[in-house]
Design a protein around this ligand. Sequence first.
Ligand SMILES: Nc1ncnc2c1ncn2[C@@H]1O[C@H](COP(=O)(O)OP(=O)(O)O)[C@@H](O)[C@H]1O
Ligand SMILES: [Mg+2]
Length: 239
Amino acid sequence: MTVTLLKLEKLGSAYGQSRVLWDIDMDIARGDAVALIGRNGVGKTTLLNTITGVHKLTSGKIYLNGNDISASPAHARARAGIGYVPQGRQLFPQLTVQENLTVGLAALAGRKEIKQATIVDHIYDLFPKLTEIRARKAGLLSGGEQQQLAIGRALAGQPKLLLLDEPTEGIQPSVVRQIEHALRRIRAELGMTIMIVEQYLDFAWSFAESYHVMQRGKIIRHGRTAEESSAEIAHLVNI
Ligand SMILES: Nc1ncnc2c1ncn2[C@@H]1O[C@H](COP(=O)(O)OP(=O)(O)O)[C@@H](O)[C@H]1O
Ligand SMILES: [Mg+2]
């Protein structure tokens, strides 16, 4: 039986007078791995920002576990279980790896049953590289290390739904494979639901079980990756 974790109903979003998202409907099942794909500038980042509450919606509804969170501020959505790895990562460059992870624990506020040390240990286990560089400032890390830290920081809040915006952008292939491996473990070991924005179709198809294609602020196609080849979708995404 599939249970809906995130439901978007006719979601709309704008920058001033300029409308960017149009009547987005989406159902994300608990435990699913979802890829959101589309050309540059179609509204993928705006959609994630609208789901997380970084950007206000202008119409429609967002439900998490059946609860209407459309009017909730970003920190309340984080506490309700939405974790976010934003495009460009947005770490605190002057803080160390360990300190950035500690910031991520803030989303746990009020959930005393969770042992913070256990969570951090699990993150270091998922990303062994971070253990070696735990005392280094985030601003001095390579792109791949920063991406692993950004994912680790989001995981520190123990999200039910993890949103990642172009996690492979500007990262060398060997590190992309490590990140994919870690995301698979996160699904398998924590049962987490994951949605990635991804321009690199091969990665989207090897990781995700379902996909949504966005064009000019609308979802124009969606389905299961096992039932279609990425080649059939490529013309909708490539520039
Ligand atoms: N802060 C902003 N102010 C005004 N327009 C924006 C802003 N951010 C994005 N846009 C515009 O919104 C549209 C969608 O952008 P974005 O969501 O970043 O697309 P994507 O992530 O798919 O590349 C683009 O036309 C972009 O120029
Ligand atoms: Mg973007």
